[in-house]
Design a protein around this ligand. Structure first.
Ligand SMILES: Cc1ncc(COP(=O)(O)O)c(C=O)c1O
Length: 366
């Protein structure tokens, strides 16, 4: 890769090539082969939970988790209005109704107070999203879920390695769903994982993602399943990336600290904040700028200086299929969307790159 500044490009090196060659040389390029199991075991071991089932994507992981919990027509699922569309589309796939709630202005994550206000007799689940790697207020969310007998599916697609009160995100709910898309903390090219401690349910998910095939009876399918399996090649990449996870996380955290130092005192700049006891994965460092700056113009100005950024997700209820679900003004969600940017966070970058971003941003904003 040519050396520029990268927003979220993956970090692939010699270790990855070795694992990939191994998979290719073995002939196991599809869903059979030893790396899938090895990756799942390494992953559940890292999380310190009982089981993890690999999938084709994070979206597939959320879909199959909802399906496994029997969520469907007539059910409501509480989701944040500020997230990537893939948190919500699976709610529609199973025929349930997404109920959008506003986020906290400081953490950008789903607000527990707003969750409480939106619970009805039809609510079946909450999908908290640890946005940009920042853990949600899990004590309160787990408490609400237990009071109202709701399921929790954590969208931990952006938060591998993040901790809430010392415990890794993705381990609080019925299921934690992860993504290994090319831009995530680690990548398999494209892939996902459903993790949890209910082994019976996870064994069933393993069966569902393989077209619900009863292997003992050959091509016999007692249920409607999915082809959501990960390939051996993807798992090979995943294993090699797991070995570098700690390095990636410490680099991302260092970038976050450097951004905070470098932008200290810049008029109107605020960072996405953590709850007390949280430790973000710092997948991407994001800022709000509260000085009436045109955020698209800022993005373009940075681009001309070789700095790629991305706008924060557009509120989901802005999209045609979801407009009819907007039931409040979602003030915080809109404010964050209108004023915020995600800064370069790829581990291919250097601390000098981060210093350059800070210097350039300062010049433009001041
Ligand atoms: C918040 C969020 N949810 C879900 C997903 C879906 O993951 P995938 O792209 O692997 O399907 C992503 C990542 O793209 C995401 O950022």
């Amino acid at each position: 890769m040519s050396k520029g500044i990268y927003l979220d490009a993956p970090n692939i090196g010699e270790r990855e090539k070795k694992y990939l060659n191994n998979a290719v040389d073995s002939g196991y390029v599809s869903t059979a082969g030893p790396f899938v199991k090895e990756f799942e075991e390494r992953f559940s071991g890292y999380l310190g939970i009982k089981k993890a089932v690999s999938t084709q994507s994070g979206t597939a992981a959320i879909h199959v988790a909802l399906h496994e919990l029997g969520i469907g027509h007539g059910d409501e699922v509480i989701v944040p209005a500020l997230t990537f569309i893939a948190t919500v589309n699976p709610v529609m796939y199973v025929g349930a109704r997404p109920v959008f709630v506003d986020v906290d202005l400081k953490t950008w994550n789903i607000s527990p107070d707003e969750i409480r206000k939106n619970i009805t007799k039809n609510t079946k689940a909450i999908i908290p999203v640890h946005l940009y790697g920042n853990p949600c207020y899990m004590d309160e969310i787990v408490q609400i879920a237990s009071e109202h007998k709701l399921h929790v599916i954590e969208d931990a697609t952006e938060s591998l390695g993040a901790k809430y009160k010392g415990r890794l995100t993705g381990t609080f709910g019925d299921f934690g769903c992860f993504s290994f898309n090319g831009n995530k903390v680690i990548t398999t090219g494209g892939g996902g994982m459903v993790a949890g401690s209910n082994t019976e349910r996870l064994d069933h998910i393993k069966f569902l993602v393989n077209q619900a095939r009863d292997e003992e009876r050959g091509y016999y399918h007692p249920e409607i399943g999915f082809n959501y399996r990960m390939t051996n090649i993807e798992a090979a990449l995943g294993l090699s990336q797991m070995e570098r996870l700690d390095d990636f996380l410490s680099k991302k955290k260092r970038f976050n600290e450097r951004y905070r130092q470098g932008l200290k005192g810049v008029r109107g700049v605020r960072f996405q904040e953590e709850y007390e006891g949280s430790e973000s994965s710092c997948w991407l460092t994001c800022i709000s700028i509260d000085n009436k700056i045109d955020i698209s113009a800022l993005q373009s100005a940075l681009k001309t200086k070789g700095i790629p950024t991305r706008r924060v997700f557009m509120p989901i209820t802005e999209f045609p299929p979801y407009k009819r679900y907007k039931n409040t003004d979602m003030k915080n969600t809109y404010q964050i969307y209108e004023n915020s940017l995600c800064l370069p966070g790829s581990t291919l970058n250097t601390e000098e790159d981060v210093a350059y971003v800070c210097k350039t941003l300062k010049e433009i904003v001041s």
